[in-house]
Design a protein around this ligand. Structure first.
Ligand SMILES: *[C@@H]1O[C@H](CO)[C@@H](O)[C@H](O)[C@H]1NC(C)=O
Ligand SMILES: *[C@@H]1O[C@H](CO)[C@@H](O)[C@H](O)[C@H]1NC(C)=O
Ligand SMILES: *[C@@H]1O[C@H](CO)[C@@H](O)[C@H](O)[C@H]1NC(C)=O
Ligand SMILES: *[C@@H]1O[C@H](CO)[C@@H](O)[C@H](O)[C@H]1NC(C)=O
Ligand SMILES: *[C@@H]1O[C@H](CO)[C@@H](O)[C@H](O)[C@H]1NC(C)=O
Ligand SMILES: *[C@@H]1O[C@H](CO)[C@@H](O)[C@H](O)[C@H]1NC(C)=O
Ligand SMILES: *[C@@H]1O[C@H](CO)[C@@H](O)[C@H](O)[C@H]1NC(C)=O
Length: 681
């Protein structure tokens, strides 16, 4: 060992003896060893130059075997890498040496080779270094191109700077393998790796069986987890392209951080609390019981509150109802109606979920968004699709073909999954959606419907049907001075809705699609875009005679249509000849307003909210435009129950009925948001 071995400084020695009683050392080499040099037995070690990591031969507590490993210098009993984990030294002291060809070799007393690094071919001046990152590297003296490094062959621990995942150039697939038990470093049952058969996903396996699956890498994040972001502890990173898929991280501020797959199959992150001298756990995967892979079986969705609970996806029912009731969910669910091929089928959205296992499923990352639903619809074996944001900007399409498994609801950072269901499953969900719209989005919908209508109306006045960029980009002022709400220019709306992107679309109404969006100030909005071919109401927009109050009127109509589930035009009642507005007002006046509510809603609404929707709706359709509220006050009425309403007066147009055969009771089967062609003024 010659000059490189020196006597321990007293301070170093003291720390050693107090914190690592297991690994008593007498002498050490600093930084590196060269060809011909060795580290012998359990008394000699190689220490990194910053003295934070140690390479040596150790004997786990309670074990009769010895191993070559790397551990934290000043932190007790935390081994991060083991060379000969499945071939230990027995009743023998070992020797680590570097031969002239550059092989790092672990020998036992009788010269048997227990472990060696792969042969690098011939090297001139091989040097083995223990870097301050904890990486044991082999390279030519003075070069930083390492021919071998321990970071490429992880044990159970991922240190800052290590990569987990595959690299097509080197053919390496770096994964963690658990210890057998806390004092047995030999390869345990569990592995933690990134699987790329489909979208990349973190997977824990026990032998061949998946026990945990992280959400698929979804363009810029793992589904069900937040975007990777720096914290006070570490800065994570995930890279995925044609040649590499890997996860790695850096630790903040010289913190000692480690990610470890323990012998029980839990993947945990810790950082070392120096003043408390303990490893502080930051997270553990699987986190809750819903993380147990496939707990709910095919087409099941898991919800975790205090315990895990499985439900079938909408349109599905338990395959084994008796088991299901006994909380044995693994058989999963089957379709209630399997006419999902060329029978008017469609998709149901499941929001805020960790997306299903993508392995073995076809992933079309490069289908255009517009085609995503169509692509899935047109192939009868397509079960579901999702829209994903690409890191390069824009969107991609993911489709699932074989099974939908391991889906759970998440509070944050979930995605939407669109599941193929038969036509018979479609209508009922729309009603629920509409309640949601009424109670929470209605205000913004109406508000912005107005803004967009106004913009389009004026635009058409100027240039017929041609969209004129000059006009759309500028701020558009209302003709009326009574405006007391912000007016947005087209560009702002366009940005807020991601260019009216498909993934922002939340529905389709009479005038055209409705989009959700976010204004620069963070306010969430719903935007209704007038569609040229929507064939409804519509003259309404073309003649451009918009006023604030006419739009308030139509908003009122929409609101009443939503809560009643009926269209105003064609509304028919056996007892009278009133239209929907008249009917609503009559019920209201008789204090029976709740009778107006859509029967399909059963009791899934709060009476107070329902009454308020009706009340606001009626006040919007009052006969005298001057008595109708402005959209701004409609907003506050819907948002706050504290805003007092004046008793609505009788609606305009409520006696106006044209009777014809085709106006028979049209209890809207599709129940879309529909605007009638009534004129407010
Ligand atoms: C190893 O040592 C133990 C006690 O020190 C002894 O009982 C055992 O026989 C030894 N085994 C071998 C293979 O030498
Ligand atoms: C050294 O290792 C060789 C090869 O594994 C083995 O055959 C031999 O018994 C070992 N010697 C001792 C003393 O453990
Ligand atoms: C893949 O990503 C790695 C890491 O960012 C990068 O070095 C490499 O050039 C990329 N390869 C391709 C083909 O984009
Ligand atoms: C990290 O440690 C190095 C060496 O001990 C020191 O020079 C540096 O200032 C430290 N950085 C921080 C942010 O503590
Ligand atoms: C659909 O379900 C019916 C009864 O539930 C069954 O008889 C039929 O074979 C199923 N069809 C398909 C294509 O699975
Ligand atoms: C996506 O598809 C377009 C056209 O089909 C093609 O030009 C582009 O190269 C594709 N991108 C990727 C990443 O495959
Ligand atoms: C549907 O998609 C699957 C998977 O991509 C494909 O194998 C099959 O040929 C497609 N079927 C049709 C009719 O396009």
């Amino acid at each position: 060992m010659g000059e490189r071995i020196c006597r321990c400084k007293l301070s170093t020695l003291l720390i050693f003896w107090t914190t690592i009683a297991l690994f008593p050392r007498k002498s050490l080499a600093i930084g590196s060893i060269k060809a011909g040099e060795s580290i012998i037995g359990s008394t000699q070690i190689l220490v990194s130059t910053a003295q934070n990591f140690v390479l040596g031969i150790f004997n786990p507590q309670g074990s009769k075997f010895q191993y070559l490993g790397i551990w934290f210098n000043y932190i007790p009993q935390t081994v991060v890498w083991v060379a000969n984990r499945d071939n230990p030294l027995v009743n023998s002291s070992g020797k680590l040496t570097v031969n002239g060809e550059g092989n790092i070799i672990l020998l036992n007393e009788t010269g048997g080779v227990l472990w060696s690094s792969p042969s690098p071919g011939s090297m001139k001046q091989p040097v083995v270094q223990l870097l301050n990152t904890g990486n044991l590297v082999l390279g030519e003296s003075g070069s930083e191109n390492y021919v071998w490094q321990s970071f490429d062959y992880p044990s159970d621990t991922l240190l800052p700077g290590m990569k987990l995942g595959w690299d097509s150039k080197t053919g390496l697939n770096r994964k963690l393998t658990s210890w057998k038990s806390s004092n047995d470093p030999s390869s345990g049952a569990f592995t933690y790796s990134i699987e790329t058969d489909g979208l990349p996903q973190f997977v824990i396996r026990e032998g061949p069986t998946i026990t945990f699956r992280g959400g698929p890498w979804y363009g810029n994040r793992f589904s069900g987890s937040g975007a990777l972001r720096d914290t006070a502890i570490y800065s994570p990173k995930f890279d995925y392209n044609a040649s590499e898929a890997f996860f790695s991280y850096d630790a903040a501020d010289n913190l000692s951080v480690r990610l470890v797959l323990n012998a029980a199959g839990l993947f945990q992150q810790f950082y070392w609390v120096d003043d408390g001298k303990y490893w502080n756990p930051l997270y553990t995967m699987p986190g809750d019981r819903c993380d147990v892979y496939g707990l709910c079986g095919d087409f099941g969705v898991c919800t975790f509150s205090l315990t895990a609970e499985c439900d079938c996806m909408a349109g599905f029912e338990p395959k084994s109802p008796n088991d299901w009731e006994r909380f044995r969910w693994s058989d999963g669910c089957v379709r209630r109606d399997n006419r999902t091929c060329g029978n008017g089928e469609g998709f149901k959205r499941i929001s805020s979920v960790k997306l299903p296992d993508s392995s073995g499923n076809l992933v079309n990352v490069n289908t255009s968004i517009v085609d995503c639903e169509a692509a899935c619809l047109n192939n009868c074996s397509c079960l579901a699709y999702g829209i994903m944001e690409l890191p390069t900007g824009g969107y991609g399409c993911v489709t699932w073909f074989h099974k939908l498994v391991d889906v759970k609801f998440v509070l944050e950072n979930g995605q939407d999954l669109y599941v193929r269901v038969a036509a018979s499953e479609l209508s009922s969900s729309k009603k629920k959606l509409l309640v949601a719209i009424c109670v929470s989005v209605a205000s913004f919908l109406g508000f912005l419907a107005f803004v967009i209508c106004l913009i389009l109306g004026r635009r058409r006045k100027v240039k017929g049907n041609v969209i004129s960029p000059d006009i759309t980009e500028g701020h558009i002022q209302s003709q009326e001075n009574e405006v007391e709400m912000p007016i947005f220019d087209f560009t702002t709306i366009e940005i807020a809705t991601n260019g009216f992107s498909f993934s922002n679309k939340i529905g389709e109404g009479g005038f055209g699609p409705v989009y959700k969006g976010k204004l620069p100030c963070g306010q969430e909005i719903a935007v209704k875009r007038l569609a040229e071919g929507s064939g409804q109401g519509e003259k309404y927009a073309l003649d451009g005679c918009f006023s604030l109050k006419s739009d308030v009127f139509s908003f009122g109509v929409i609101l009443l249509e939503i809560v009643s589930g009926k269209k105003n035009r064609g509304f028919f009642h056996t007892n009278h000849q009133l239209n929907l507005l008249g009917h609503a007002w009559k019920l209201w006046d008789e204090e029976n307003a709740l009778e107006l509510m859509d029967a399909a809603l059963e009791d899934e609404f709060q009476p107070s909210q329902a009454l308020r929707c009706i009340e606001v709706g009626l006040s919007c359709v009052q006969q005298n435009p001057d008595e109708r509220p402005t959209m701004w006050s409609v907003l506050s009425m819907l948002e706050s129950e504290n805003v007092l309403l004046s008793h609505p007066k009788q609606p305009g147009f409520y006696m106006e009925r044209m009777f014809s055969k085709n106006l028979s009771a049209e209890t809207s089967t599709s129940n879309e948001v529909t605007v009638t062609s009534l004129h407010g003024r």
